[in-house]
Design a protein around this ligand. Structure first.
Ligand code: NI
Length: 155
């Protein structure tokens, strides 16, 4: 398929063929989520999949996202271990939020920004640390994605 050569923010129409059921399900989701149009919903989905594609396929892609951890507050040495891992990755950590969830559990949200590779490895190590019960890396955007916000796809 040829690459369309268009300015970044020019809105372009293209046609898509879908099974009827899939289109019905799409329209229902568009309605439930409160999108103004199918185009807005589809653009959001495409953007999310592109972000995912780029950061999972490149170590150098610039990303911004969060690492969320839930861990056992009583687990000996765990807090220090998690902090050591974060100090080693210092440059890529923007901010950390710590919440004392209940008597036993802490929730930590680590905001990261930088190249995908080191951030993925940091997330993997934090999540794999013994005593961490839940963990996830959520990538919100790549550097590229910041250029086009495109919330103007009314049809
Ligand atoms: Ni705590």
């Amino acid at each position: 398929m040829g690459k369309p050569n268009l300015p970044d923010n020019e809105i372009t129409r293209f046609s898509v063929s879908l099974p009827g059921k899939l289109l019905c399900d799409l329209d229902q989701m568009v309605d439930e989520k409160g999108y103004d149009s199918r185009s807005e919903a589809i653009a959001d989905m495409i953007r999310a999949r592109l972000v995912e594609h780029h950061w999972t396929h490149s170590d150098h892609e610039e990303i911004a996202g969060t690492i969320t951890l839930v861990f056992d507050h009583h687990h000996r040495g765990l807090q220090a271990e998690l902090t050591d891992l974060q100090h080693d990755a210092g440059a890529h950590i923007v901010s950390t939020l710590h919440v004392h969830l209940d008597h036993d559990h802490c929730l930590e949200v680590i905001v990261t920004r930088g190249p995908a590779g080191p951030i993925k490895r940091l997330a993997d190590r934090l999540i794999a640390t013994h005593g961490v019960t839940h963990g996830a890396l959520t990538v919100i955007t790549t550097g590229k994605d910041l250029i086009t916000t495109g919330k103007d796809l009314h049809s």
